[in-house]
Design a binder for this molecule. Structure first.
Ligand SMILES: [Zn+2]
Length: 141
């Protein structure tokens, strides 16, 4: 059993491996994973700030707030608006990689390990788990 230094998840599978599994499900575009893709990425990034470029926590936080308040449709609308507005320069800035954030939270009430359940991200109650993940992320930030 290992403890993730960023989100505090305890388990045998590193968070990065779980995240790659979740992305594969998201990209299948099937329910219930596909529509929650943007929310899942925002949760993961905010719980693993080394994957965030400096300043880039603003959009994922905004996305989670929209999701918790308005549901998956509100999050999708925000993502589409941002995609249209997103300049090439902003995207390049995002790619410049890991800048450590002083004072970012570590240790969350719900982590990717809970969302994964047995490591397979079962469909049953997946939206409820993603919602709890989003709420725990927002609460810590
Ligand atoms: Zn982690």
């Amino acid at each position: 059993m290992d403890t993730c230094p960023e989100c505090g998840a305890v388990g045998d599978t590193p968070c990065g491996d779980l995240f790659r599994r979740l992305l594969a499900l998201d990209h299948s575009r099937r329910e219930p994973w596909g529509p929650l893709h943007g929310v899942a990425v925002a949760c993961y990034r905010l719980q693993h700030p080394s994957s965030l470029a400096q300043g880039s926590h603003r959009f994922p936080l905004e996305l989670l707030r929209a999701y918790v308040e308005g549901g998956a449709e509100a999050a999708t609308r925000l993502t589409e608006r941002a995609r249209r507005a997103n300049s090439h320069r902003a995207r390049q800035r995002e790619r410049t990689g890991a800048v450590p954030h002083p004072g970012v939270p570590t240790g969350f009430a719900v982590t990717i390990a809970e969302v994964a359940v047995d490591g397979g991200f079962p469909a049953d109650r997946h939206p409820e788990r993603v919602r709890a993940w989003a709420e725990a992320t927002l609460a810590a930030w």
